[in-house]
Design a protein around this ligand. Structure first.
Ligand code: NAD
Length: 263
């Protein structure tokens, strides 16, 4: 995109700033929770959205919801832990302007008893899966000389809470991955940022609540806003980071946490 050095703010400047018309977005984990809301939001801003998920039913549901209101979306069956499936998705697309990495999971166990297979699954999905996705779709953006990547990090990228050591390790890694890619790729037009949510009301969190609530209680006791976030509350931050509104922003963790990190 050409850089406008005119200091005046044109009459349609702000409307254009958030407009994603003509852009193609890939949202991994787009079939549920935060990825679902972000997919719908990006589509409302004008983007064509590729809803990529191992849960194809969820992805189809989100894509159909977008098309029902006149948006452009397709569901694809893609596992972010398998490079080949990401490359297959990439090969079908003319361009990739926006990537949101929302595929992720968590599991709660005391650190001393954390099962190794669960540890491997969480690190493999949250950290390596996000990296594979950044690599595959980031290469497209580097070839285009433009693009915006949004990783879904967590307050757990910066602080600790109980019984989630693998998750915290993965999200700390996502924060550093965001910074390292941002540094390497900004000179070639690709911005890499992350959204760092506190506890949000999604299927992932509700499923964990059913098992044990220690982690949720610990987080909620320290969340100044006093409530969980709603998936719709990550839509604005995602559109900001996806769009030209954030053209000078890269390597940033945007805390969407009701004030959690104030203390
Ligand atoms: N909900 C929260 O409180 C919260 C807070 C901070 C960060 N996050 C992060 O936000 C992201 C989304 O979480 P959510 O709460 O919306 O969870 P969710 O379970 O509702 O959605 C996650 C989606 O990822 C998909 N997925 C799982 N494995 C996949 C794979 N290998 N390939 C592709 N898709 C896969 C799932 O099928 C699901 O549709 C995660 O990275 C999570 O760690 C969530």
């Amino acid at each position: 995109m050409p850089i406008d050095t005119d200091p005046s703010v044109a009459p349609d400047y702000v409307a254009d700033l958030f407009d994603l018309s003509g852009r193609t977005a890939v949202v991994t984990g787009g079939g549920s929770g935060l990825g679902d809301a972000i997919s719908r939001g990006l589509a409302q801003a004008g983007a064509r959205v590729i809803v990529a998920d191992v849960n194809l039913d969820g992805a189809e549901h989100v894509a159909a919801g977008i098309r029902d209101i006149g948006g452009s979306a397709e569901a694809v069956d893609a596992d972010v832990t398998v490079r080949g499936t990401l490359e297959a998705v990439s090969a079908t697309l003319d361009r990739v302007d926006i990537l949101v990495n929302s595929a992720g999971t968590s599991a709660r166990f005391p650190a001393e008893d954390f099962p190794e297979d669960v540890y491997d699954r969480i690190i493999g999905l949250n950290l390596k899966g996000s990296f594979l996705s950044c690599q595959v779709f980031g290469r497209r953006m580097l070839d285009q000389g433009a693009g915006s990547i949004i990783n879904i990090a967590s307050i757990g990228s910066s602080v600790a809470y109980p019984q989630t050591t693998a998750y915290l390790q993965s999200k700390g890694g996502v924060a550093q991955m965001t910074r390292s890619l941002a540094l390497e790729w900004i000179s070639r037009g690709v911005r890499v940022n992350a959204i760092a949510p506190s506890l949000f009301d999604t299927p992932l969190v509700r499923a964990s609540d059913d098992v044990v609530s220690l982690t949720s209680e610990f987080i909620m006791a320290r969340t100044p806003i006093g409530r969980r976030g709603l998936p719709t509350e990550v839509v604005g931050p995602a559109i900001f980071l996806a769009s030209s509104a954030s053209s000078m922003v890269t390597g940033h963790l945007l805390q969407v946490d009701g004030g959690y990190l104030i203390n």
